[in-house]
Design a protein around this ligand. Sequence first.
Ligand code: SF4
Length: 68
Amino acid sequence: MDKQSCQSSGRCLQAAPEVFAWDADRLAHALPQAREWPEARLVAIARDCPAMAIVLVDDAGSEVDPYA
Ligand code: SF4
């Protein structure tokens, strides 16, 4: 998660409140259980983020481009 880019739209929390939460500054962050979620669902949520603030990383630690 690129918290500095988060615009606090709340879209990710609406889509997956089990996976995303607000911090004290009302910036979204991903919870550890995000690792258990299907990649396709996380990709869809990342694409819906107006700030492109959701950074997806695969098991090898490489960044996943949600628009690829
Ligand atoms: S969808 Fe993006 S901009 Fe909106 S709260 Fe989540 S991370 Fe922040």
